[in-house]
Design a protein around this ligand. Structure first.
Ligand SMILES: [Zn+2]
Length: 420
């Protein structure tokens, strides 16, 4: 089957896209080539064309916590949010530390979304995420995992971490580290600083993140292996990553929309919707992260989509779990950064598509002949207000609820098939 998308805007220029089956045939300036006979024509009406985003860090909660989210609802949120591929973390119940769990996740994805978004499970680095014994990484790789992480339960034991990094590299799996010193960070509710002092709640200092990142980067250099630093929240961590990159260490890093748009003041008034791990930091950290998107210190954006049920978040700051949902809102939140000239449209595509495809060796769409036809059309000017009714995720624990966003996904194709 052949599809021709006409009258789309790509990086500011009007284009026509021709797709045959699951692949891109050509992307040409608008009106240059006549439509092949018999092809389906879709008039984009001036909407913006982008490659489907890839989210390298989500929590889909299935198996075990389906009341928060399941693979079907999480992938529905992904499809509507412009994501053609999603990497899901291992902190399910049971933990994804066995091939049977990976296969179960992939089966659930195939059943609920046979045409995508594609699901790429991340293997638990240690059995039960307990930080004691390494998971059977070879069988997890064989079952379909694309990366390894102990996300949510940082590995304190550096000797074990070394073996995980070595073993993962042998299997061509990227190690993703949630950097948090397990002792310094214990019992925290928010960033340690002026606001935690005012509220009288226990904070987590930025050194708790930065020193683990420094440990990982030193190990990566010593071993000559890659490491990926998850959800960077602090300027100090960026300084450490800059040091590693200058030395030629194969370190890559991600951050999330909430660290670019909010700071610790969002939690003032004991707002549990803004409690997240790692915590929102200061406005200085936020500005440094925005700059790091431009200069390449931050390689990719991720949502760290972390759904929680209302009864879990509607409690005290002490008891509420950390986490913000993100799949539905990521495009609207980060298109706002393009509108504000914080990043360019090309940088947005690099951060959400080309970067993660490269780091995790996933299919990549440069709109070149033969590339996977994973793309969406967005309205760059549509203003909309997220409410629980407009979100596809089962949970809506986001501090951006009720705020006006600019930019929304209107149509989405994965492998040449319309999914939205
Ligand atoms: Zn994490």
């Amino acid at each position: 089957m052949t599809l021709r998308v006409t009258n789309a805007l790509h990086l500011g220029s009007p284009v026509d896209l021709l797709v045959t089956g699951e692949r891109v045939t050509t992307l040409t300036p608008a009106g240059r080539q006549p439509a092949p006979a018999g092809c389906e024509v879709f008039d984009a009406g001036g909407l913006v064309l982008m490659p489907s985003f890839i989210d390298a860090h989500t929590h889909l909660r299935e198996p075990g916590f389906e009341y928060k989210e399941d693979i079907a609802s999480g992938l529905a949120a992904a499809a509507h949010g412009g994501f053609g591929a999603v990497m899901c973390m291992a902190n399910t119940n049971p933990v994804n530390d066995a091939a049977s769990v990976t296969r179960f996740m992939l089966d659930r994805a195939r059943q609920s979304h046979p045409h995508g978004p594609r699901l790429y499970p991340v293997a638990a680095a240690t059995a039960g995420l307990e930080g004691e014994a390494m998971s059977p990484l070879a069988e997890l790789r064989e079952a379909g995992c694309v990366a390894v992480s102990n996300d949510g339960r940082p590995v304190g034991n550096a000797e074990l971490l070394r073996r995980i990094m070595e073993y993962a590299a042998d299997l061509d799996l990227i190690f993703i580290d949630h950097c948090e010193d397990p002792h310094l960070a214990r019992g925290w509710k928010m960033n340690e600083g002026a606001v935690s002092g005012l509220l009288g709640v226990k904070g987590q200092p930025v050194v708790g993140e930065a020193m683990q990142a420094a440990r990982d980067i030193m190990l990566a250099e010593y071993l000559g292996l890659p490491v990926h630093i998850a959800h960077v929240s602090a300027k100090l961590t960026l300084d450490v990553i800059a040091w590693g990159k200058e030395r030629g260490v194969r370190v890559s890093a991600e951050t999330c929309p909430h660290y670019l748009l909010l700071d610790e003041s969002a939690i003032d008034g004991y707002n549990t919707a803004a409690k997240v791990s790692p915590p929102l930091r200061t406005s200085r950290d936020r500005e440094a992260l925005r700059k790091a998107l431009k200069d390449g210190l931050i390689d990719i954006l991720v949502t760290d989509h972390a759904p929680h049920a209302p009864h879990e978040k509607e409690t005290t700051l002490d008891e509420a779990p950390g986490g913000i949902t993100g799949l539905d809102l990521a495009l609207g939140l980060t298109w706002g950064l393009v509108c504000e000239n914080v990043i360019s449209e090309a940088e947005l595509q690099r951060l959400w598509h080309h970067g993660p495809a490269e780091i995790f060796h996933l299919p990549r769409n440069d709109f070149a002949p033969g590339d996977p036809a994973d793309f969406f059309l967005m309205d760059p000017d549509e203003l909309w207000t997220p409410t629980p009714e407009t979100l596809y995720s089962k949970s809506c624990n986001t501090p951006f609820l009720g705020q006006t966003l600019r930019g929304r996904v209107k149509h989405h194709w994965i492998s040449g098939r319309r999914v939205v």
